[in-house]
Design a protein around this ligand. Sequence first.
Ligand code: ZN
Length: 455
Amino acid sequence: MTLKLSFLGGAGTVTGSKYLLDNGQHRLLIDCGLFQGFKALRLRNWDPAPFVPRDVAAVVLTHAHLDHSGYLPLLVKNGFRGPVLCTGGTADLCGILLPDSGHLQEQDADFANRHRFSKHNPALPLYTEDEARQSLDFLRPCVFGQSISLPGGAKLRFLRAGHILGAATALIEWDGTTVAFSGDIGRYDDPLMLDPVTPEHADYLLIESTYGDRRHNQADPEDVLAGIIGSTARKGGTVVIPAFAVGRAQSLLFHISRLKKAGRLPRLLPVFLDSPMAIDATDIFRRRGADHRLGQDQLSVLDGDIRYVRTSEESKALTANPIAKVIVSASGMATGGRVLHHLEHYAPNPKNSIVFAGFQAGGTRGAAMVAGADRIKMYGGYVPVRAKVHNLSMLSAHADQDELLRWAGGFTSAPRTAFIVHGEPPGADALRFTLKEQLHWNCVVPDHGQTVILS
Ligand SMILES: [Zn+2]
């Protein structure tokens, strides 16, 4: 039987991951992500799907980040009724990320309607918090390494990808052809996450290329954080850290707690985690001890020193308080969430610092600030940026070019074709070139919407 693969997202961009495998009788959707960043990309979320949602037999999620899972509520809203296979950690995290995504979209639509700055009347959310909760009923948590039967006779296996809690590479064998979907590949020797595992063999591979053209700064992240936080605090300034609620927030707090314990940061410097979602994610870290490297004693360090901010009143009180402090808050690319009102308050003052800790997709406020923008648009107006902006790529949850090459080098034989996905054009093309030069692989950078025949 002929197997067709369509690239419906995550091609030419790091967001919107969606790959449709079709054997002529059944369709499987691997990842179901939201487009984020540039407006032209975000508008794609509103386009009708290029397939009938109820005709999809099953969805496979590699991990819970919204650019891989955030379209699921819309798929269910539009008629999809099959199982959603994912790891237990991914199911747990989707349980907090998807309702939050619906909530933020309702809030944005509401704000646009109240301030009348949307061109749409009325502005509508892509989906609501309730609709996101309904989509969670379709999640089917699976165990790493186990062979799972999918509709149409396909077999699925999840391998650890590091990256974030529960993240997996999905290996699908269907009608005699094996296709590996790398998902997002994590770091080797990360203090939090386990090393990514390479499949031994696949006929076809889809490999992410977020950092396909870059090497992470090799500096010790604790040295860099100690320098930035220490010098900002000495000036009486505040450090705002927009962080992905899942993984990066915990990793940052872990480093900051260690610095305080070692006396490299003032013990009394208050550190706030202002993200209910990140607080819930920290609980999931406690429950899922086998999915990461932190022991109970290290997790309890996070309890001792960090002040958790749950309500929005507490969050606003935090901004009103002029003392020097560190605020870790979502979202990581400053696309939404509570970090926006902290940026609105702290970005205009040069004594403050803003620290990004991961990839900033094109078109996001994070990418603009890292590139040196002197003002950013938010809430329908502009906020000047005079605070010092840093980007600590060494804290990224993504493999860099060397690590992607190390991961790819674990295959015992070359895939027939490696499709380079989940990268902006410079990253994807650099990885294509590197894999071809170093491993002599046949590599293709697919276009958005392209369909290829796998035989
Ligand atoms: Zn991810």
